[in-house]
Structures are given as structure tokens and as C-alpha cells.
Design a protein around this ligand. Structure first.
Ligand code: BV8
Length: 252
């Protein structure tokens, strides 16, 4: 265990003082933050019908082109599952921290919308949002649908698809620019609940590591970036984020 790894939930004093002083925080979250709400992480085994598929096989434009119904139904299944979940302590604490630190910028790889439901604002949706639909052809946004077949676009008659970034697709320019600018200017960078395997999201963490920002990883498991972080807080986001927020309690 490197000297900066912490599994018992108390913050190193050096980190506490940095967090109290720092104004510009960037927090990047991955599916581990939604795990405690019951949303399976991306690398969790799929359940039921989907057990035979790898998410990375379904979350691609090629999969949608070759089998639009299967891909659409996978998203309908995920949407139904997500709608039954509620934000957990990690989401609500991040929304509170954003009120305490108005320059905190939240970038999420998650498409579940739980940060917004917990009250976070101006969330940078790096991989889009599962609740929105857009046309596979002309990209025009369309209404929600509970159909088990992809609806057709009322402009170009193309098939509607979820407004998420699939493997092999570019990150929306606005999200990429906003998050890169935020990382370039930040004092502290948190990587929370991500395996740091997906690019270019992981490139944001690497950008923070190459600057003089203080870098913190929160994850029960280690990732390829753990040993490079200034602090690795081993454990669930729902444990560590309330500890961090308690630094700003009135009586603390
Ligand atoms: C692109 C939306 C240009 C869809 C998602 C460079 C090197 C290597 C590969 C590439 C590269 N550049 C591009 C690639 C290819 C690819 C990629 O990264 N592949 C990887 C898998 C090797 N990237 C792309 O294709 C990206 N596009 O680069 O465009 C381009 C253009 C054309 C051709 C080539 C390149 C687009 C990637 C976006 C894919 N879309 N989601 C959908 O959701 O359906 S990504 C998907 O993975 C989810 O968004 C998820 O959030 C994300 C990342 O995974 P994690 O969030 O980290 O989740 P994971 O399950 O892996 O880990 C969970 C973690 O949580 C674990 O570490 C666990 O320990 C931890 N945890 C568990 N419980 C808790 C917890 N942590 C805290 N608290 C807990 N309680």
C-alpha cells in the first residue's frame, strides 16, 4: 500500500488543508458513483437477457446498424432500471459540495442523470444522457418513447437512438472543450468511481496528473492511475465524499 493510500475513513491532514483552501475543483465521476444506487457498473456482468453480451459490443454504432432492435431494447431495459433508482450519498454530497465550492466543475462519464436528480447543476455529460433520444441519421433530438422498437425520425425518417456516446464515436465538442479547460485551470482533480480504462475520459485524469493540481482517486479498487495520484482514498464514494464534505460543516 503506497504511503498515500487510505482505507480507514479519515482524511490525511495535508489533503484536508488543500481541500479547504482550493477553489477550483474538478470532479470526474464514473459508473462506480452510481453503483450504490443499484445501477450496475459498466463492467458488472449484465443480468438476464443481456448476460450474453458485452456492453462494449452493444454500445457501438455498428451494433445499432446491424441490430437496431436489440441495441434499442438494451437501452430501454437500462432506462427502466435507472428510473427505479434514486441518487445515493455520493450524488447528494457532490451537489452540496458544488454549492459550497461554486467553482466546482462536475464531469461525468455516466449517462444515468443521477447527478442532476441529486441537484448538481451544469453537469458536463461526457458520454451524453440515456434519457434523451436523437436520430441516428440527422442527429435531430426526439421525444422519449416506451416502444420496444426504435421510433423513426419525423424529419429524415432515420431511426432514433439514445443520445449517448458509443465506442468509436467522438465526445461532443462542447463537453470535451469545457472539461479540458476546467482540468487545465483546476487546483484539485478528483477521479471518483471509474476504472480509468475508457478514453478520452481517462485522458482528463492524465492531464490533471501532468499539471500541478492535487489529484485524488476514490475507488474501492486500484486502477492503472492509482499509484500516480497524490492521494488514493480506497473505499466507496458514498463513504469518502461525506467525509470530505464534513470538512465544511460549521462545527468542524
Ligand atoms: C473516442 C456511453 C475518438 C454509452 C460510454 C485510447 C486508448 C485506448 C482506447 C481508446 C483510446 N481512444 C479511443 C479508444 C477507444 C474507446 C476506449 O476507450 N476503449 C476502451 C474500453 C479501451 N474510446 C472511445 O471509443 C471513445 N471515443 O475515443 O472517439 C475515436 C473515434 C473513432 C475511432 C476511435 C476513436 C468513446 C468512449 C465512450 C463510450 N461510451 N458510455 C453507454 O453508457 O451505453 S463508456 C462507459 O464506460 C460508461 O460511460 C462508463 O462510465 C465508462 C467508463 O467506465 P467506468 O465508469 O470506469 O465504469 P467501470 O465499470 O469500468 O468501472 C467502475 C469503477 O467503479 C471500478 O473501478 C470500480 O472499482 C469502481 N466502483 C465500484 N463501486 C464503487 C466504485 N467506486 C466508488 N464507489 C463505489 N461504491
Amino acid at each position: 500500500m503506497s504511503k498515500l493510500e487510505h482505507s480507514s475513513a479519515e482524511l490525511p491532514l495535508t489533503l484536508a488543508s488543500v481541500l479547504i483552501e482550493a477553489k477550483r475543483w474538478v470532479v470526474m465521476t464514473g459508473s462506480g458513483v452510481s453503483a450504490e444506487s443499484g445501477v450496475p457498473t459498466f463492467r458488472d456482468a449484465q443480468s438476464g437477457l443481456w448476460a450474453q453480451y458485452e456492453p462494449q459490443q452493444l454500445a457501438t454504432p455498428e451494433a445499432f446498424e446491424s441490430n437496431p432492435e436489440i441495441v434499442w431494447q438494451w437501452y430501454q431495459w437500462r432506462r427502466k432500471l435507472i428510473r427505479k433508482t434514486t441518487p445515493n450519498a455520493a450524488h447528494t454530497v457532490l451537489a452540496r459540495l458544488q454549492r459550497l465550492k461554486p467553482e466546482l466543475i462536475l464531469v461525468t462519464q455516466n449517462v444515468d442523470g443521477l447527478h442532476q436528480r441529486a441537484g448538481s447543476t451544469e453537469v458536463i455529460e461526457f458520454h451524453g444522457c440515456i434519457e434523451r433520444n436523437k436520430c441516428f441519421g440527422c442527429e435531430k433530438r426526439g421525444p422519449k418513447s416506451d416502444s420496444s422498437y426504435p421510433p423513426t425520425c419525423n424529419t429524415c425518417n432515420g431511426l432514433m437512438r439514445p443520445d449517448v456516446v458509443w465506442f468509436g464515436e467522438n465526445i461532443p465538442t462542447a463537453a470535451l472543450t469545457a472539461s479540458s479547460d476546467a482540468v487545465n485551470a483546476c487546483d484539485v482533480f478528483f477521479s471518483v468511481g471509474t476504472s480509468s480504462l475508457v478514453y478520452p475520459a481517462t485522458a482528463l485524469a492524465k492531464m490533471a496528473l501532468s499539471r500541478k493540481a492535487t489529484t485524488i482517486e476514490i475507488n474501492p479498487n486500484s486502477t492503472p492511475l492509482s499509484t500516480r495520484m497524490d492521494f488514493t482514498l480506497q473505499g466507496p464514494a458514498g463513504l469518502w465524499l461525506p467525509v470530505i464534505a464534513s470538512l465544511f460543516d460549521k462545527n468542524s
